[in-house]
Design a protein around this ligand. Sequence first.
Ligand code: AOF
Ligand code: ZN
Length: 377
Amino acid sequence: MSSSGRPVDERDRAFIRRTLDLALAGWGQTAPNPLVGAVVVRDGVVVGEGAHLRHGDLHAEPVALAHAGERARGATVYVSLEPCTHLGKTPPCTDALIAAGVARVVIATADPNPRAAGGAGRLRDAGIEVMVGVEEAAARELNAPFFFAHHSARPWITLKLAVSIDGALTDARRSSAWLTGPESRAEVHRMRANSDAIAVGAGTVLADDPLLTVRGALQPRVAPVRVVFDARLETPPDSRILQTAAGPGTVMPAPRTILLATRGASDADAARRAVLERAGADIIIADSLAAGLTALKERGIQSLLVEGGAAVAGALLEAAVVDRLVIFQAPIVLGQGAINAFSRAPASQVTTTARLPVVERRTLGDDLMTVYALTDP
Ligand code: AOF
Ligand code: ZN
């Protein structure tokens, strides 16, 4: 069913799914704006396709309309987000659709941005047949941080954990070696490329000294901010995450590093704070985890990819602020003494705990990746 209550035609569904695929062309390049795709169909044949490729560039519809040219007259346009009505960085897409003389517009989901919304109504007023709500869940999933940002004070949080068959993050010796294979690692870099920020706990910084940069095939338009959940300000000034941070006086365009501390920790040691700030840290002192997450959102972070470890995973699950849980399971058993990924999560009971819906599941080399939904965007 579409939101207008009409049953959805399978062809309409297939063309909307095509818009979602096209939208992926902007992966890592459009934030804080959404990924959007559009298809122009005339007599059942695709005559134009387009995507919003980069923040500030043309929206998807004008790209697809230009591709279709005169063939757009009388055609059906499929678009993964309600066409905009505002004069933003580009002219309103609704005006372009009306001017092109299209007969019908099929929209996956409404635009939550009050500046841009209202396109469906405007198109109807111009005599165009409009349908909203085809493959709506998939369209919202694609731009979950964008939709979430319009009604939430915190970023959309994806908790990504690489585990063994027995659910451990590392062995009893806490070796910092990788559990998963190269295909999973490439996927993590792809996920990083479409995130506004990447976070770990201070324990992970101390154990692994990670860089938390994007080193995959696809480079993002803006390098993700790096965040350390560091209640007691334990991040070493000479850690790689600070050594490569953009701070006062840095010349290279390095991503910022934010240390998220809790009040008390920092007052205790102003000298340490000064050392960390000189090393390039941007320190946020918050009263609670929730307040810290709000502070990140206030700094423009709509999507936060959290990569562990067990303490941070436990704290975020306890606070019920994990939106997507992504598990990369490697074909290894770590056995006794290994550090379980959920050892710090709140206890639950088999009979009453929620069975998490699976949003996506695929194999990556010998690993298995599963995306679980804990909330809706
Ligand atoms: C569309 N088609 O392809 C996209 C839309 O910053 P601006 O001026 O580019 O406007 C961004 C807003 O426009 C964004 O927040 C969202 O509401 C909408 N994006 N709309 O009709 C598109 N990318
Ligand atoms: Zn637009």
